[in-house]
Design a protein around this ligand. Structure first.
Ligand SMILES: [Zn+2]
Length: 123
């Protein structure tokens, strides 16, 4: 069994943000070395090459996903999203039932709100 986070999970939890460098919640700082940048970027990368927290991204812009209140770099070796995805997969039936029940509760609340509005009551 692979320990890779699926593409679908990363897309679902993507922050839709990316940049030439960025820090993962685990503390590693990633620098894009795939795209060409100005000298300032290259100088920053060179200055941090020997930092033990520095990682070089050869896949392009540094992008993020967010789970558990933390923002992680996609592709980071901490692989933090893996445990969250495994939890979802392990309990997918329970989670589906929870979401179904929550949906029903929200629909019921929405019906009450529209009835109250129809009767001219302001909540
Ligand atoms: Zn990380």
């Amino acid at each position: 069994m692979s320990d890779e986070i699926s593409k679908e999970f990363l897309e679902a939890f993507s922050t839709q943000c990316a940049g030439p460098f960025g820090e993962c919640a685990c503390g590693l700082i990633w620098y894009d070395t795939f795209n060409e940048y100005d000298e300032d970027h290259n100088d920053i990368v060179k200055a941090n090459l020997n930092n033990r927290n520095t990682r070089l991204s050869v896949n392009g812009l540094v992008s993020y996903y967010k789970v558990g209140g933390e923002q992680y770099v996609m592709g980071c070796e901490c692989n933090a999203g893996y445990k969250y995805e495994q939890f979802i997969l392990k309990y997918e039936e329970q989670i589906a039932e929870y979401l179904r029940q929550r949906r029903l509760k929200l629909l019921d609340q929405a019906k009450k709100i529209s009835l109250e509005v129809d009767e001219g009551h302001v909540v």
